[in-house]
Design a protein around this ligand. Structure first.
Ligand code: APR
Length: 177
């Protein structure tokens, strides 16, 4: 990345963000089984049609459940964005945390394929799946440093607590230089 002009770090609820695509930190059985956290918030805001589409996509693309790092796209239905990209992060204490990178890279690929110009991510794996926010920020920063395509113009990272927001701001400041 030459510049960070198009990277935004925001504090808030991802379901309220204006972006072409928002990313869901989904569970393995996305759509069929909705957990808590950001997954629940997205499915609540997206409504029944989002749930129905997610179930259909799951059956078609991954009947045995999402693989870690895999990403699947649906329309956004009642949400104000165009698409939701559902991806499964690794559990910090029992799975390979380096696969967190795949969640971001595969979500970016899907967003590009669907002509999205902006995308918003939550801090995948940092809630129920236990990844420290510092580790998440370092992994996400490396994805951004390596991202070359340029088709996406705006990357929004949405943090849900003041503490997480401060950590991301601190880690990403490096990119401003
Ligand atoms: N907007 C933005 N971020 C949110 C929101 C929201 N509305 N709600 C929660 N978060 C934050 C959490 O504070 C955490 O930092 O999203 C981050 C990811 O937390 P989780 O939603 O728990 O996701 P994850 O750790 O990847 O665990 C996924 O939890 O909900 C289940 O079905 C899901 O099994 C899956 C697992």
């Amino acid at each position: 990345m030459k510049s960070t002009k198009n990277i935004k770090i925001l504090l808030g609820d991802i379901t309220k963000i204006q972006a072409d695509a928002i990313v869901n930190a989904a569970g393995k059985g996305f759509g069929s089984i909705v957990g808590g956290g950001v997954d629940l918030a997205i499915f609540k805001a997206g409504g029944n049609e989002l749930r129905e589409e997610a179930k259909r996509e799951k059956e078609e693309k991954c009947p045995n459940g999402l693989q870690i790092g895999q990403a699947v796209i649906t329309k956004a239905h009642n949400l104000s964005c165009k698409y939701v990209i559902h991806t499964l992060g690794p559990r910090y204490y029992s799975e390979d945390i380096n696969k967190l990178k795949d969640c971001y890279v595969n979500s970016l690929k899907l967003a590009e394929e669907n002509d999205c110009k902006s995308i918003a991510f939550p801090a995948i794996s940092t809630g129920a799946y236990g990844c420290p926010i510092e580790k998440s920020a370092e992994i996400v920063k490396s994805v951004m440093q390596e991202y070359k395509s340029g088709k996406i113009e705006e990357f929004i990272f949405v943090l849900y607590s003041e503490k997480d927001y401060e950590v991301y701001k601190k880690v990403f400041k490096v990119l401003d230089k």
